[in-house]
Design a binder for this molecule. Structure first.
Ligand SMILES: CC(C)(COP(=O)(O)OP(=O)(O)OC[C@H]1O[C@@H](n2cnc3c(N)ncnc32)[C@H](O)[C@@H]1OP(=O)(O)O)[C@@H](O)C(=O)NCCC(=O)NCCS
Length: 164
């Protein structure tokens, strides 16, 4: 297993990986290509020995908060789950962006996504960081009743000595 910064040629495989990873929302291939090119600095890919893309974290630095890594999606292929791959990717990505000035991490989680909650709480603990939560996008105000609330988790500031 290799963890590396994505390349634009990973975009199509990323689109297929996300499609296999319910309940993630799928995006266009074009969006995935941008995540693997313009936003590659804030993303990480896991490549199996046979070259297959089996894990991915997409993210970006919000223009108004460049000290923050906003984690957009985390996807691990079904066959590779339960082995610590998501945590490994998240900590490796955090270490990389911290070297470039990031001190905070944000993500949103749909209540009831236990795997996602466990993953981020474990990562925040490994980074010795507290976190705050609040509803960022609500079912009624933002999704017209068609999607559950998205709860924002914000952790940091990370101490420079915090390591993956
Ligand atoms: C969420 C997901 C990325 C986890 O990947 P993974 O490689 O299996 O996760 P890890 O093995 O690194 O586990 C990290 C933590 O989450 C916990 N966890 C993983 N899957 C879990 C599950 N289904 N239920 C409860 N906890 C779970 C692990 O126990 C671990 O916590 P711990 O260290 O306290 O024991 C993967 O299940 C996935 O791709 N799911 C579908 C897409 C999704 O929901 N993504 C997250 C939203 S962005």
């Amino acid at each position: 297993m290799t963890l590396r910064q994505p390349r634009d040629t990973d975009g199509y495989a990323l689109n297929q990986l996300v499609e296999r990873c319910k309940p993630l929302d799928t995006n266009s291939v074009y969006c995935n290509l941008l995540q693997c090119s313009d936003f590659a600095d804030t993303a990480i890919a896991a490549i199996a020995a046979n070259g297959e893309l089996v894990g991915f974290i997409s993210g970006y630095r919000p223009p108004a908060r460049p000290d923050t890594l906003f984690v957009w999606q985390v996807a691990v292929d079904d066959r590779m789950r339960g082995q610590g791959l998501a945590l490994k990717m998240l900590l490796a990505l955090t270490e990389r962006v911290m070297a470039n000035g990031v001190q905070y991490m944000e993500t949103t989680i749909t209540p009831g996504n236990e795997a996602s909650e466990a993953l981020f709480k474990r990562a925040f603990a490994r980074l010795n960081s507290d976190y705050q939560t609040r509803v960022l996008f609500s079912r009624s105000n933002h999704f017209n009743g068609q999607h559950d609330d998205e709860v924002l988790y914000r952790a940091g500031p990370f101490s420079p000595s915090a390591k993956a």
